[in-house]
Design a protein around this ligand. Structure first.
Ligand code: ADP
Ligand code: MG
Length: 295
Protein backbone atom coordinates (compact mmCIF):
# COMPACT_ATOMS: atom_id res chain seq x y z
CA UNK A 1 0.00 0.00 0.00
CA UNK A 2 0.96 3.64 -0.36
CA UNK A 3 2.20 5.28 2.77
CA UNK A 4 2.91 8.99 2.95
CA UNK A 5 4.67 9.70 6.20
CA UNK A 6 5.32 13.02 7.91
CA UNK A 7 5.97 15.15 4.84
CA UNK A 8 7.31 18.62 5.45
CA UNK A 9 7.77 21.20 2.71
CA UNK A 10 8.37 24.92 2.75
CA UNK A 11 8.33 27.27 -0.21
CA UNK A 12 10.23 30.25 1.23
CA UNK A 13 8.11 31.47 4.11
CA UNK A 14 5.12 29.37 3.12
CA UNK A 15 4.71 26.08 4.95
CA UNK A 16 2.99 23.91 2.33
CA UNK A 17 3.28 20.60 4.20
CA UNK A 18 3.55 20.37 7.95
CA UNK A 19 3.77 16.70 8.82
CA UNK A 20 1.31 15.35 6.28
CA UNK A 21 0.66 11.59 6.61
CA UNK A 22 -1.80 9.52 4.56
CA UNK A 23 -2.22 5.84 3.68
CA UNK A 24 -4.08 4.26 0.78
CA UNK A 25 -4.48 0.50 0.51
CA UNK A 26 -5.05 -1.44 -2.72
CA UNK A 27 -8.76 -1.80 -3.42
CA UNK A 28 -9.72 1.41 -1.64
CA UNK A 29 -10.48 4.94 -2.76
CA UNK A 30 -9.47 7.86 -0.58
CA UNK A 31 -10.63 11.44 -1.01
CA UNK A 32 -7.95 13.93 0.03
CA UNK A 33 -10.09 16.93 0.84
CA UNK A 34 -9.37 20.43 2.03
CA UNK A 35 -9.59 24.10 1.15
CA UNK A 36 -7.46 25.80 -1.49
CA UNK A 37 -3.85 26.05 -0.38
CA UNK A 38 -4.16 23.19 2.14
CA UNK A 39 -1.34 21.18 0.54
CA UNK A 40 -3.21 18.60 -1.55
CA UNK A 41 -1.38 19.21 -4.81
CA UNK A 42 2.01 19.35 -3.07
CA UNK A 43 1.29 16.00 -1.39
CA UNK A 44 0.34 14.41 -4.71
CA UNK A 45 3.32 15.86 -6.53
CA UNK A 46 5.56 14.48 -3.78
CA UNK A 47 4.35 10.95 -4.61
CA UNK A 48 5.72 11.43 -8.13
CA UNK A 49 8.93 13.16 -7.12
CA UNK A 50 7.74 16.39 -8.75
CA UNK A 51 8.41 18.33 -5.59
CA UNK A 52 11.43 17.81 -3.40
CA UNK A 53 10.20 17.57 0.18
CA UNK A 54 12.26 18.83 3.12
CA UNK A 55 11.61 15.67 5.11
CA UNK A 56 9.30 12.68 5.26
CA UNK A 57 8.91 9.55 3.16
CA UNK A 58 6.67 8.08 0.48
CA UNK A 59 6.73 4.27 0.38
CA UNK A 60 4.89 1.47 -1.39
CA UNK A 61 4.71 -1.74 0.66
CA UNK A 62 7.49 -0.38 2.82
CA UNK A 63 9.90 0.43 -0.01
CA UNK A 64 10.67 4.05 -0.99
CA UNK A 65 8.84 4.98 -4.18
CA UNK A 66 11.32 5.39 -7.03
CA UNK A 67 11.20 5.90 -10.78
CA UNK A 68 10.54 2.20 -11.44
CA UNK A 69 7.65 2.01 -9.02
CA UNK A 70 6.17 5.22 -10.43
CA UNK A 71 5.82 3.62 -13.86
CA UNK A 72 3.21 1.40 -12.26
CA UNK A 73 1.37 4.42 -10.89
CA UNK A 74 -0.98 6.72 -12.79
CA UNK A 75 -1.29 10.47 -12.29
CA UNK A 76 -3.85 12.95 -13.48
CA UNK A 77 -2.28 16.30 -12.62
CA UNK A 78 -4.21 19.49 -11.99
CA UNK A 79 -2.70 21.23 -14.99
CA UNK A 80 -3.95 19.00 -17.74
CA UNK A 81 -0.98 18.76 -20.08
CA UNK A 82 -1.77 17.14 -23.42
CA UNK A 83 0.19 17.69 -26.62
CA UNK A 84 -2.24 20.02 -28.42
CA UNK A 85 -1.27 19.06 -31.98
CA UNK A 86 -1.19 15.29 -31.55
CA UNK A 87 -4.19 13.04 -31.91
CA UNK A 88 -5.96 11.63 -28.92
CA UNK A 89 -5.06 8.06 -29.84
CA UNK A 90 -1.42 8.99 -30.39
CA UNK A 91 -1.07 10.58 -26.94
CA UNK A 92 -2.62 7.68 -25.11
CA UNK A 93 -0.42 5.22 -26.98
CA UNK A 94 2.65 7.34 -26.28
CA UNK A 95 1.84 7.57 -22.56
CA UNK A 96 1.19 3.84 -22.35
CA UNK A 97 4.65 3.22 -23.81
CA UNK A 98 6.21 5.57 -21.25
CA UNK A 99 4.68 3.27 -18.64
CA UNK A 100 6.45 0.30 -20.17
CA UNK A 101 3.84 -1.11 -22.55
CA UNK A 102 4.79 -2.31 -26.04
CA UNK A 103 3.46 -0.26 -28.94
CA UNK A 104 0.81 -2.86 -29.76
CA UNK A 105 -0.32 -3.16 -26.13
CA UNK A 106 -0.44 0.61 -25.69
CA UNK A 107 -2.37 1.14 -28.91
CA UNK A 108 -4.93 -1.50 -27.95
CA UNK A 109 -5.26 -0.07 -24.42
CA UNK A 110 -5.70 3.41 -25.92
CA UNK A 111 -8.62 2.15 -28.03
CA UNK A 112 -10.12 0.38 -25.04
CA UNK A 113 -9.92 3.46 -22.85
CA UNK A 114 -11.29 5.75 -25.55
CA UNK A 115 -14.28 3.42 -25.56
CA UNK A 116 -14.58 3.50 -21.76
CA UNK A 117 -14.46 7.30 -21.54
CA UNK A 118 -16.82 7.64 -24.51
CA UNK A 119 -14.40 9.20 -27.00
CA UNK A 120 -14.00 6.48 -29.62
CA UNK A 121 -15.38 8.79 -32.29
CA UNK A 122 -12.71 11.41 -31.45
CA UNK A 123 -9.85 8.95 -31.73
CA UNK A 124 -8.11 10.88 -34.51
CA UNK A 125 -8.97 14.37 -33.33
CA UNK A 126 -6.18 16.64 -32.12
CA UNK A 127 -6.25 17.37 -28.39
CA UNK A 128 -6.62 21.09 -29.13
CA UNK A 129 -9.88 20.37 -30.96
CA UNK A 130 -11.51 18.84 -27.89
CA UNK A 131 -13.67 20.62 -25.33
CA UNK A 132 -12.32 21.06 -21.82
CA UNK A 133 -14.47 18.20 -20.54
CA UNK A 134 -13.30 15.87 -23.29
CA UNK A 135 -9.64 16.75 -22.68
CA UNK A 136 -10.26 15.81 -19.08
CA UNK A 137 -11.57 12.42 -20.23
CA UNK A 138 -8.42 11.86 -22.26
CA UNK A 139 -6.34 12.66 -19.17
CA UNK A 140 -8.35 10.19 -17.18
CA UNK A 141 -7.67 7.52 -19.79
CA UNK A 142 -3.99 8.46 -19.70
CA UNK A 143 -3.88 7.98 -15.93
CA UNK A 144 -5.54 4.55 -16.10
CA UNK A 145 -4.70 2.82 -19.36
CA UNK A 146 -1.65 0.95 -18.09
CA UNK A 147 -3.76 -0.56 -15.29
CA UNK A 148 -1.74 1.12 -12.52
CA UNK A 149 -1.57 -0.26 -8.98
CA UNK A 150 -2.05 3.28 -7.67
CA UNK A 151 -3.86 6.11 -9.40
CA UNK A 152 -3.61 9.69 -8.17
CA UNK A 153 -6.01 12.32 -9.49
CA UNK A 154 -5.69 16.00 -8.62
CA UNK A 155 -9.11 17.72 -8.58
CA UNK A 156 -10.67 15.33 -11.12
CA UNK A 157 -14.20 16.49 -10.27
CA UNK A 158 -13.59 20.19 -10.73
CA UNK A 159 -15.56 21.59 -13.65
CA UNK A 160 -17.70 18.46 -14.03
CA UNK A 161 -21.49 18.58 -13.94
CA UNK A 162 -23.26 16.27 -11.46
CA UNK A 163 -23.84 13.50 -14.01
CA UNK A 164 -20.25 13.54 -15.23
CA UNK A 165 -19.11 13.54 -11.58
CA UNK A 166 -21.14 10.47 -10.84
CA UNK A 167 -19.85 8.69 -13.94
CA UNK A 168 -16.29 9.48 -12.91
CA UNK A 169 -16.88 8.41 -9.31
CA UNK A 170 -18.33 5.09 -10.49
CA UNK A 171 -15.39 4.51 -12.79
CA UNK A 172 -12.93 5.16 -9.96
CA UNK A 173 -14.88 2.97 -7.54
CA UNK A 174 -14.87 0.23 -10.13
CA UNK A 175 -11.07 0.58 -10.42
CA UNK A 176 -10.79 0.37 -6.63
CA UNK A 177 -12.96 -2.76 -6.58
CA UNK A 178 -10.62 -4.25 -9.18
CA UNK A 179 -7.77 -3.80 -6.69
CA UNK A 180 -6.27 -0.41 -7.54
CA UNK A 181 -5.42 2.07 -4.78
CA UNK A 182 -7.17 5.31 -5.72
CA UNK A 183 -6.51 8.73 -4.25
CA UNK A 184 -8.07 11.94 -5.50
CA UNK A 185 -8.18 15.49 -4.21
CA UNK A 186 -11.02 17.94 -3.99
CA UNK A 187 -11.67 21.32 -2.41
CA UNK A 188 -15.43 20.79 -2.75
CA UNK A 189 -16.19 18.78 0.38
CA UNK A 190 -19.92 18.69 -0.18
CA UNK A 191 -19.53 17.51 -3.75
CA UNK A 192 -17.50 14.44 -2.88
CA UNK A 193 -18.97 13.34 0.43
CA UNK A 194 -21.53 11.17 -1.36
CA UNK A 195 -18.97 9.78 -3.79
CA UNK A 196 -16.41 8.20 -1.49
CA UNK A 197 -16.40 6.28 1.76
CA UNK A 198 -12.99 7.22 3.11
CA UNK A 199 -11.58 10.69 3.39
CA UNK A 200 -8.57 12.46 4.81
CA UNK A 201 -9.19 16.14 5.40
CA UNK A 202 -6.11 18.28 5.12
CA UNK A 203 -5.68 21.82 6.37
CA UNK A 204 -2.50 23.90 6.52
CA UNK A 205 -0.32 21.04 5.40
CA UNK A 206 -1.51 18.31 7.73
CA UNK A 207 -4.33 15.84 8.01
CA UNK A 208 -6.78 17.08 10.61
CA UNK A 209 -9.50 14.43 10.22
CA UNK A 210 -9.64 11.04 8.58
CA UNK A 211 -11.88 8.03 8.40
CA UNK A 212 -15.21 6.92 7.03
CA UNK A 213 -17.42 9.79 5.91
CA UNK A 214 -20.40 8.30 7.75
CA UNK A 215 -18.42 7.87 10.98
CA UNK A 216 -16.95 11.37 10.86
CA UNK A 217 -20.38 12.87 10.33
CA UNK A 218 -22.10 10.74 12.96
CA UNK A 219 -19.42 11.56 15.54
CA UNK A 220 -20.52 15.19 15.61
CA UNK A 221 -23.04 15.95 18.33
CA UNK A 222 -24.71 18.48 16.05
CA UNK A 223 -27.64 17.57 13.85
CA UNK A 224 -29.48 19.07 10.92
CA UNK A 225 -33.20 18.76 10.61
CA UNK A 226 -34.76 19.17 7.18
CA UNK A 227 -38.32 20.25 7.70
CA UNK A 228 -41.05 20.30 5.09
CA UNK A 229 -43.19 23.24 5.99
CA UNK A 230 -46.51 24.25 4.47
CA UNK A 231 -46.30 27.71 6.03
CA UNK A 232 -43.53 30.26 5.78
CA UNK A 233 -43.74 30.88 9.51
CA UNK A 234 -40.61 29.61 11.21
CA UNK A 235 -41.06 31.43 14.51
CA UNK A 236 -41.42 28.02 16.18
CA UNK A 237 -37.72 27.32 15.60
CA UNK A 238 -36.98 29.79 18.39
CA UNK A 239 -38.69 27.31 20.71
CA UNK A 240 -36.03 24.66 20.02
CA UNK A 241 -33.06 25.00 22.35
CA UNK A 242 -29.78 25.69 20.49
CA UNK A 243 -31.45 25.75 17.07
CA UNK A 244 -31.08 28.10 14.12
CA UNK A 245 -32.38 28.22 10.57
CA UNK A 246 -29.52 27.71 8.11
CA UNK A 247 -31.40 27.47 4.84
CA UNK A 248 -34.84 28.01 3.41
CA UNK A 249 -35.91 27.03 -0.09
CA UNK A 250 -38.80 25.36 -1.91
CA UNK A 251 -41.01 24.88 1.10
CA UNK A 252 -38.16 23.35 3.08
CA UNK A 253 -36.40 24.58 6.10
CA UNK A 254 -33.01 23.38 7.27
CA UNK A 255 -32.47 23.81 10.97
CA UNK A 256 -29.15 23.23 12.75
CA UNK A 257 -29.26 21.82 16.27
CA UNK A 258 -26.34 22.01 18.67
CA UNK A 259 -27.43 18.77 20.32
CA UNK A 260 -29.41 15.77 19.09
CA UNK A 261 -33.05 16.17 20.01
CA UNK A 262 -36.00 13.82 20.08
CA UNK A 263 -37.92 14.13 16.84
CA UNK A 264 -41.30 13.84 18.57
CA UNK A 265 -40.36 16.84 20.67
CA UNK A 266 -39.43 18.81 17.55
CA UNK A 267 -42.73 17.84 15.95
CA UNK A 268 -44.65 18.92 19.05
CA UNK A 269 -42.98 22.35 19.07
CA UNK A 270 -43.41 22.83 15.30
CA UNK A 271 -47.08 21.87 15.44
CA UNK A 272 -48.97 22.45 12.20
CA UNK A 273 -46.11 24.50 10.73
CA UNK A 274 -44.18 21.39 9.76
CA UNK A 275 -45.19 18.08 8.25
CA UNK A 276 -42.07 16.03 7.60
CA UNK A 277 -38.75 15.80 9.37
CA UNK A 278 -35.45 14.28 8.31
CA UNK A 279 -32.66 14.36 10.88
CA UNK A 280 -29.12 14.18 9.56
CA UNK A 281 -25.63 14.65 10.90
CA UNK A 282 -23.83 17.73 9.58
CA UNK A 283 -22.23 17.64 6.13
CA UNK A 284 -18.46 17.20 5.86
CA UNK A 285 -17.96 20.90 5.18
CA UNK A 286 -19.49 21.66 8.60
CA UNK A 287 -17.41 19.01 10.33
CA UNK A 288 -14.33 20.51 8.73
CA UNK A 289 -15.33 24.01 9.83
CA UNK A 290 -15.71 22.80 13.42
CA UNK A 291 -12.23 21.29 13.39
CA UNK A 292 -10.63 24.25 11.57
CA UNK A 293 -12.14 26.66 14.08
CA UNK A 294 -10.81 24.65 17.00
CA UNK A 295 -7.30 24.56 15.55
N1 ADP B 1 5.94 25.91 -6.40
C1 ADP B 1 5.48 26.64 -5.38
N2 ADP B 1 6.10 27.78 -5.00
C2 ADP B 1 5.66 28.50 -3.96
N3 ADP B 1 4.60 28.19 -3.20
C3 ADP B 1 3.93 27.08 -3.51
C4 ADP B 1 4.32 26.24 -4.62
N4 ADP B 1 3.48 25.19 -4.68
C5 ADP B 1 2.59 25.36 -3.68
N5 ADP B 1 2.84 26.48 -2.97
C6 ADP B 1 2.10 26.96 -1.79
O1 ADP B 1 1.97 25.88 -0.91
C7 ADP B 1 0.67 25.88 -0.31
C8 ADP B 1 -0.03 24.56 -0.63
O2 ADP B 1 -0.34 24.53 -2.01
P1 ADP B 1 -1.05 23.32 -2.74
O3 ADP B 1 -0.37 22.06 -2.35
O4 ADP B 1 -1.11 23.66 -4.17
O5 ADP B 1 -2.48 23.35 -2.08
P2 ADP B 1 -3.88 22.74 -2.59
O6 ADP B 1 -3.61 21.82 -3.73
O7 ADP B 1 -4.44 22.05 -1.40
O8 ADP B 1 -4.72 23.91 -3.01
C9 ADP B 1 -0.04 27.10 -0.85
O9 ADP B 1 0.13 28.16 0.08
C10 ADP B 1 0.69 27.39 -2.13
O10 ADP B 1 0.61 28.74 -2.46
MG1 MG C 1 -4.37 21.81 -5.66
Amino acid sequence: MLRIDELHKRFGDVVALDGCSVEVAPGTMLGLLGPNGAGKTTTMRAIFGLVRVDSGTVTWDGTPVDIHRRRRFGFMPEERGLYPKMTVHWQLTHLGKLHGMSHAEASAAANEWLEIVGLSDRRDAKASELSHGNQQRVQLGAALLHNPELVVLDEPFSGLDPIASETLANLLLERARAGTAVIFSSHQLDVVEDLCEDVAIINRGRVVLEGRVTALRAASSRRYVDVTSPSSDDAWVAGLPGARVVQRANGRLRVALDEPMDIAEIARIAGADATQFVVEPPPLSEIFREVANDA
